[in-house]
Design a protein around this ligand. Structure first.
Ligand SMILES: Cc1ncc(COP(=O)(O)O)c(C=O)c1O
Length: 410
């Protein structure tokens, strides 16, 4: 059964009649309350069924109610949920060792979210600069970047809407355009205070904008030459989503610092910053910490997510299903005026239209499909990595007519 028409709650009337009056009003929510899920499907409290093309914004790697993940987490609940970083936590070591094996990097700090992982990266960049004798270290960041909503990470973000009202911003950032090595070389020549370059390997909130492989390779070389840290935010594009463990691996390079979160715990909050040799000893005891970070429940979720991904071949699946979706979208939307580009990698796909299309969020939900719209005009698909071919076809069947109708009318 399809849902009745679901409109975004952005109107003044909807704001006035807030559906959750005691929850702070920081999101424009759809009037849908999800109650449970199975695989790539979720149901709301009215019994309506949706194909989950959003995966909790690239979080639910293993979909919902996964038959291997749920018993493992149930077991963990009976052992320990939380202890303290005052003590050794063997599951931290286990997950850290796995992340180092998969990335080729050396050590991990665990936290609880993407912005926390990025905040840790920024502290590493500053301390690395200070250790080199730079009194006021600066970090190169990017136009259209999104790194989170803490004061430091929103300052690193390249979107004035995210920053407005929170000035003064944190200083010490130099902004450049994506995929323009000459711009960065100019910074290298004119600014002796740079300690790190910080970017998303594929920008997510900025509209699904990939860094080109040659650009990443050029960046790696420039960072080596200048003694800068290369810090790749893989919070959204990492953990198998593009068909490799980490999106930068397509370019055959390694970062020095890599923040992760979202997909790492399949829905249990886990953040991590993974560092290579160059950044290994920058932070020491007393330099950084968090109460919850790396607790046993979160670590078990991470360990099991990576184990199940390997066991079930989910990276190969992400690559194959991503291709099926991208090919299907290109074929079905070919020649339709208003469709600018289908881009991305694996199961991180953006469909850019020539006009704002936020209204599609509600329309897609009405048709039984969850998705998101970023950068006003880019439809974003980041479904669970367990999506199968039949479900990918269903997604295309649901989405393509919506796009065509929308473009025909506006
Ligand atoms: C690339 C990137 N970095 C950081 C963040 C912030 O993560 P969180 O919302 O977990 O703080 C996001 C969230 O969308 C993201 O996409």
């Amino acid at each position: 059964m399809n849902a009745p028409d679901i409109a975004l709650t952005q109107t003044a009337a909807a704001q006035a009649a807030r559906p959750m009056p005691h929850v702070m009003n920081t999101y424009s929510r759809l009037p849908i309350a999800l109650s449970h899920g199975q695989g790539v499907w979720v149901w709301d409290t009215q019994g309506r069924k949706y194909l989950d093309g959003l995966g909790g914004i690239a979080v639910n790697t293993l979909g919902h109610n996964h038959p291997k993940l749920v018993p493992a987490l149930q077991h963990q609940l009976t052992q320990l949920i939380h202890t303290s970083n005052y003590y050794e936590i063997p599951l931290q070591e286990q997950l850290a060792a796995k992340l180092c094996e998969l990335s080729g990097l050396s050590a991990v700090f665990f936290c609880n979210s993407g912005l926390e992982a990025n905040e840790a990266a920024l502290k590493i960049a500053r301390k690395y600069g200070h250790d080199k004798g730079i009194a006021r270290p600066e970090v190169v960041v990017y136009e259209k970047a999104f790194h989170g909503r803490s004061i430091a990470t929103l300052s690193a973000t390249g979107n004035v809407k995210v920053q407005q009202g929170f000035e003064p911003l944190v200083e010490g950032f130099v902004r450049v355009p994506m995929n323009d090595l000459a711009a960065l070389e100019q910074v290298a020549q004119s600014n002796p205070n740079i300690s790190a370059v910080f970017l998303e390997t594929i920008q997510g909130e900025g509209g699904v904008n990939p860094a080109r492989w040659e650009y990443l390779q050029g960046l790696r070389a420039l960072c080596d030459e200048q003694g800068w840290l290369l810090m790749l935010d893989e919070v959204q594009c990492g953990i198998g989503r593009t068909g490799k463990w980490f999106a930068h691996q397509w370019a055959g390079i390694q970062p020095d610092v890599m923040p992760l979160a979202k997909g790492l715990g399949s829905g249990v909050p886990v953040g991590a910053v993974v560092v290579g040799e160059k950044a290994l000893n920058v932070l020491g005891p007393g330099n950084h910490g968090t109460t919850f970070g790396g607790n046993p429940l979160a670590m078990r979720a991470g360990v099991e997510t990576l184990r199940i991904m390997e066991e079930d071949g989910l990276m190969a699946n992400a690559a194959a299903m991503g291709k099926l979706l991208a090919d299907g979208l290109r074929e079905r939307l070919a020649g339709i005026p208003g469709v600018k580009e289908v881009r991305g990698a694996g199961l991180m796909i953006g469909i850019e239209l020539d006009r704002p299309c936020g209204v599609l969020l509600g329309r897609a939900a009405s048709a039984g499909l969850l998705l998101s719209v970023t950068a006003d005009s880019v439809i974003r698909l980041v479904p669970p990595l367990i999506l199968n071919a039949q479900e990918a076809q269903q997604l295309l069947d649901l989405l393509c007519p919506l796009i065509k109708d929308f473009l025909a009318e506006s």
